[in-house]
Design a protein around this ligand. Structure first.
Ligand code: GUN
Length: 292
């Protein structure tokens, strides 16, 4: 392992990635192609609105196109499918992202299935998830892809190590459990996936060389729950009230509690979050390069 500081900065790493991507953007622009993303946002969930805003801002900063199609909370499945079908057929739209979660009356699987897999920059279409699971090249979901980049960039060799993933969502937990266990460079780990049905999650985190937390439970992991020198990848972004009548953003790990025991950790904020957006940009560029 080659880490100067134990803090794995997603802010620093995403800047490096954007400067690498700028060359690919130039090539596309020289061919009159401006990578373009369409985001579908349903309802007014404040967290979703913040995520979508951050994504859109980054696209604009890079001179890329990002448009958001807003639907009210009572939108029907058919209305969403009609819009997606329109975007599938639009040549100037290269990537489509449906912000999750969707309201309960909408079958998310049905909606994701209607996205053209070649425009599925989130990598959530079952066809692309199937390719990921079988180790074939595809769009990789943005947060798991960003996590793998930490391992690559900071030369963290997880081969033969025990990775414990906490959380089994299709957005993070499931795909990162697949990626870490694939027989690839920077993967090849022994991966355990824990979830709400696991009787004693801490039993597993105490054995882990790497803990990936994606459960959305503030300060869930404390120093007693890990072994010396372990690595923590913290996907949680939780808003908790502070003493000044405001909010603090905290991860799923209790940072103060674990910091002296870990050999590396992603901070919240400034860790995994910026990497998710960088990978969305990368996937959208990849989608538009199809036209070259
Ligand atoms: N909701 C939370 N994270 C994500 C994400 O990465 N993509 C989408 N589409 N929705 C999300």
């Amino acid at each position: 392992m080659n880490i100067d500081s134990k803090i794995l900065s997603g802010l620093d790493l995403s800047k490096i990635i954007y400067s690498q991507l700028s060359k690919r953007i130039e090539v596309l622009k020289s061919q009159s192609i401006i990578p373009s993303l369409a985001v579908i946002l349903v309802g007014d969930n404040s967290a979703s609105k913040i995520y979508v805003n951050n994504k859109t801002k980054r696209f604009t900063q890079l001179g890329l196109n990002s448009s958001t199609v807003n639907f009210s909370i009572d939108v029907t499945e058919q209305e969403l499918i009609n819009k997606i079908s329109e975007l599938n057929n639009e040549d100037t739209c290269h990537g489509i992202l449906v912000q999750l979660p969707l309201p309960k009356h909408i079958n998310s699987e049905k909606i994701l299935l209607s996205i053209d897999p070649e425009k599925d920059v989130d990598g959530f279409h079952p066809f692309n998830l199937g390719k990921l699971a079988s180790g074939n090249p595809t769009f990789i979901p943005c947060t798991p892809k960003g996590i793998m980049r930490f391992f690559e960039h900071y030369a963290i060799d997880i081969s033969g190590k025990h990775v414990v993933v906490v959380g089994r969502s299709n957005i993070v937990g499931r795909p990162i459990s697949i990626l870490t266990s694939l027989k690839n460079k920077y993967s090849n780990a022994t991966t355990t996936i824990c979830h709400s049905g696991t009787s004693d999650i801490y039993h597993y985190t105490k054995m882990a060389d790497v803990v990936i937390l994606a459960l959305g439970s503030p300060n869930f992991l404390k120093s007693d729950h890990i072994k010396d020198g372990s690595i923590i990848i913290d996907v949680g972004i939780n808003r908790i009230k502070n003493n000044d009548n405001g909010y603090d953003l905290v991860g799923d790990a209790d940072y103060e509690s674990v910091i002296d025991k870990v050999s590396a950790i992603t901070p919240v904020p400034g860790g995994v979050g910026p990497m998710t957006i960088a990978m969305l940009v990368e996937n959208t560029i990849e989608a538009s390069e199809r036209l070259l």
